[in-house]
Structures are given as structure tokens and as C-alpha cells.
Design a protein around this ligand. Structure first.
Ligand SMILES: Cc1ncc(COP(=O)(O)O)c(C=O)c1O
Length: 442
């Protein structure tokens, strides 16, 4: 986007200029992706020295409100750490929501029986931060997946863990290697922490080893990987790729490895880890997709130092994850009926992915979705396809906010798309990708 001209930045000191820009972002008059004037241009207009403007831009950069500098320009972050307008407003009423990336509520275990089982004794200051029963169950799961579980933290979801691990090890301006395309939440968080992303190419089996090697050689200090249910592509590591990636990572022992297993047992692919033998690592498993996003609970295994830093910092702010929520998750995990429910969800999502991919293939449309809750379709014009699909009653997501350098596409959340509806969706998408008038005149 072009240099912002519709918002008048004001101020004579670095502080005033930074405040003026912040208030433009906060009020929605400066949008994510918008380019700010160059340091020189703004300095000339405000009649201040370039050093003053540079200081203002730097303050905003460190606070995660803008990124970039120099010839590439200073650009407003898409989702700065400020209360602004919603980046992804909910779909218009009446549209089938295949946009939100969440689980099918009908496939989550019902909460009520577990709520009824809570003992009702209020927790208090001084209780152990983590419920031993939850940690014990988490440790058992991690161990059975070949993940070391000597140190475990309980935090508030996968993204919370990613943020806490990054803050434990990484400083503003550091480079972090991320999959491309990647989950917007991760990209926005990394930008808000004033970190610089280095995209790593992926295919259906996850990051490409050679490209990871290139990114790490550039000096990336951390790597964020989604071992399965990659969002938006559905990629999942297989044993061969994992061995290649471990080999590359072995050449960079100081790199912090963060594994975001946000979908866990409903991903529809085995748990594979790159963490074995690493110095600094964390594998976070969230219950958001398997038990429900509103629980805001995840468990994180990691090396002792990383876990100690994460828990230590957490204990100074939020203190702990509510014991009510920890007890609920522990009760759900301990219930002998839960594994069958989770397996049913995993199988249903796999059927829905397959039904959509096959239905699209009937129209010659190639789609990806090896695991997880989303299917990715390469399209040339994302916004046009999203708009055309909205006109036909479907809400889907443009790939733009997931991509760094990778090719355009759309993300379709399949979690509630029953196999019977896949044909209708595919027919509509085929028309939206190749509008009839254009196809006829071609
Ligand atoms: C890759 C990825 N990580 C993290 C999250 C968010 O997980 P949580 O709700 O546990 O923070 C999502 C949500 O869709 C995701 O796709």
C-alpha cells in the first residue's frame, strides 16, 4: 500500500510523533499494511530533524506497531498490540462459515458432565500453580509420542506458549524462521514482538530441509514449526522429512525450536517431534481444537531452562492458569470415553478433508489438506474468489494474511463441511475461480 496521505501525523518531539501515529492506528485511520512517510519526508513536513522521526519510528517498531525501515519503508503491522477494529470480522449473517479455522462444536466433548464433577472447593493463593493430575496426564501423552516430558508448563493455549517461549529467549529485532504460509496468529504475534520473520518453504510434509538450512544460516534464532494440522496448508511431518529437518537443526544447536501442536489428537496425523536432543525447545499441545477453544489451556513440554523461564514469568503476571480450567481438562482427559470421542473427531475431519479434495478434483481443482481443519486451494486472485464465493453463500479466507513469499490461495475450514455439501461447494468454487463469461470468451 502507498505512503499514507489521508492521516496527518503531527508532533515536534519523537514522543509526540509516535503518539500521533499510535492514535492513527488505534482509531483505524492508519491501517495494517500501510506505509508511513519516509523519515526524511516526514521530518521535512513537521520541520524536525530526521533523527527525531527515526526515534519515533524506532519506538513504534520496538513496541510492535510497525515493521521495516530504510528503503523498504516503515509499514504498520497488520495486527498491532493495540485494541483496534477486528482484522477478521465475523462472516456476514447467512453465509456458511468456512472461514474461522475452529473445530466443529458438535465434535467437542460436552462440557456439562465435567462441570458437574468439579468439587466446588475454591482454589486459593498458594495452591501449586499446575494441577498434578493434569501434568501427569500430559506427561504420559508426551512420553507416548516420544517427547521428553521431564519439565512441563501449563499455559493458556498454543499461542500463549509460543509468545512466552519467544520472550524467554528472543529479543526485538531477532530473526525467527516460520513456515510460509503460516498461521496468521503466529505471524501477527511475531510482528507484535518486533521480531523479523524469515519464511521457510513448505510442502505437504512440512518445511523443506534445504530451505530451513538457508533460513538458519541467515541467523534465525528460533524456528516455529507446526508438526501436524499446519494452518493453512494442512501439512504434516512424516518420518523422512522429520529426519532431514533434525539433521539440519543439528547444525544449529543454539536455535530455539518451538513446536506448535495446536490440534493434537484430532489432527489426523501422528505426533512427530524434532525436539529430541535439542538444547532449547518447547512442544506445546493445545486443547483448543480437541476439547474446545474456550478452555484456553495448553500443556508445554520443554527443556528445563525454557520451562522454568516460562513458568517463572507467568507466575509474576497471570500467576497460573485457572485451576477450574485445569481440573476440567484433567477430568476430560482422564475419562475413558474421551479417546473414542477424539478419534471420531479426527476421522470425521479426515473424511471432510478428503470429500472436499475429491469434489474439487472433479473440477480439475487441486487442493491440499493432509491433516487438520483446513484445505488450501491455490488461486490467482484471492480477493475476487473470496468475494465471488460470498455471493454464493460461502465465507472462506483469502490466503494473503497467511503468506510471506508463497503463492496465492484460499483457505477453506472443513471442520463443519459435511461430505454431502462438498460437491455444492466445489461447483461454486469452480465457477468462482473461472467465471463463466471469462471461460466462454477464452
Ligand atoms: C497453527 C496454529 N497455532 C495456534 C493456534 C491457536 O491455538 P490456541 O487457541 O491454542 O492458542 C491456531 C488456531 O487455529 C493455529 O492454527
Amino acid at each position: 500500500m502507498n505512503v499514507s496521505v489521508h492521516y496527518q501525523i503531527r508532533g515536534h518531539s519523537g514522543n509526540q510523533i509516535a503518539t500521533s501515529i499510535e492514535s492513527g492506528i488505534q482509531s483505524g485511520r492508519l491501517h495494517g499494511g500501510e506505509r508511513l512517510p519516509t523519515v526524511r519526508a516526514l521530518a521535512a513536513r513537521l520541520r524536525v530533524s530526521p533523527t527525531t522521526v527515526a526515534a519515533a519510528y524506532n519506538a513504534l517498531r520496538v513496541r510492535g506497531l510497525v515493521h521495516g525501515s530504510g528503503r523498504r519503508g516503515t509499514v504498520v503491522n497488520r495486527r498491532p498490540p493495540l485494541l483496534t477494529h477486528a482484522v477478521f470480522p465475523p462472516p456476514a449473517p447467512g453465509l456458511r462459515n468456512l472461514a474461522d479455522g475452529g473445530p466443529d462444536p458438535a465434535l467437542l466433548p460436552p462440557l456439562r458432565p465435567y462441570l458437574a464433577r468439579l468439587d466446588g472447593i475454591p482454589g486459593k493463593y498458594g495452591d501449586a500453580e499446575n494441577r498434578p493430575a493434569l501434568v501427569e496426564l500430559a506427561a504420559r501423552q508426551f512420553k507416548s509420542d516420544g517427547i521428553a516430558a521431564e519439565s512441563i508448563a501449563v499455559v493458556s493455549g498454543a499461542l500463549d506458549a509460543v509468545e512466552r517461549v519467544l520472550q524467554a529467549h528472543i529479543r526485538p529485532g531477532d530473526v525467527v524462521a516460520v513456515e510460509d504460509p503460516s498461521y496468521t496468529g503466529v505471524l501477527d504475534l511475531v510482528a507484535a514482538l518486533a521480531l523479523v520473520t524469515e519464511p521457510v518453504k513448505i510442502d505437504d510434509s512440512g518445511p523443506l530441509a534445504a530451505d530451513l538450512n538457508r533460513a538458519l544460516k541467515l541467523g534465525a534464532k528460533a524456528l516455529i514449526v507446526t508438526p501436524r494440522a499446519q494452518n493453512p496448508s494442512g501439512a504434516a511431518l512424516d518420518r523422512k522429512r522429520a529426519a532431514e529437518l533434525r539433521h539440519v537443526l543439528a547444525g544449529f544447536p543454539e536455535v530455539v525450536l518451538i513446536e506448535d501442536d495446536h490440534a493434537g489428537p484430532v489432527a489426523g496425523a501422528p505426533a512427530i517431534t524434532l525436539s529430541g536432543g535439542r538444547e532449547r525447545w518447547a512442544t506445546v499441545r493445545s486443547v483448543s481444537k480437541s476439547l474446545g477453544p474456550d478452555l484456553r489451556v495448553s500443556v508445554m513440554a520443554g527443556d528445563a531452562t525454557t520451562v522454568a523461564r516460562v513458568q517463572g514469568r507467568q507466575s509474576l503476571g497471570p500467576r497460573w492458569v485457572s485451576h477450574i480450567l485445569q481440573d476440567l481438562v484433567a477430568a476430560m482427559w482422564a475419562d475413558p470415553q474421551t479417546p473414542a470421542l477424539l478419534e471420531r473427531a479426527a476421522v470425521t475431519y479426515a473424511e471432510r478433508r478428503r470429500a472436499l479434495i475429491e469434489a474439487l478434483a472433479q473440477y480439475g481443482i487441486e487442493a491440499r489438506g493432509r491433516s487438520g481443519l483446513n484445505v488450501w486451494v491455490a488461486v490467482a486472485e484471492e480477493a475476487a474468489v473470496v468475494n465471488a464465493m460470498a455471493a454464493k453463500g460461502w465465507a472462506i479466507r483469502a490466503g494473503e494474511s497467511y503468506r510471506i513469499k508463497s503463492a496465492a490461495g484460499i483457505r477453506v475450514t472443513i471442520s463443519t463441511l459435511k461430505s454431502d455439501d462438498a460437491g455444492g461447494f466445489a461447483a461454486d468454487l469452480a465457477e468462482s475461480i473461472r467465471p463463466r463469461s471469462r471461460a466462454q470468451s477464452a
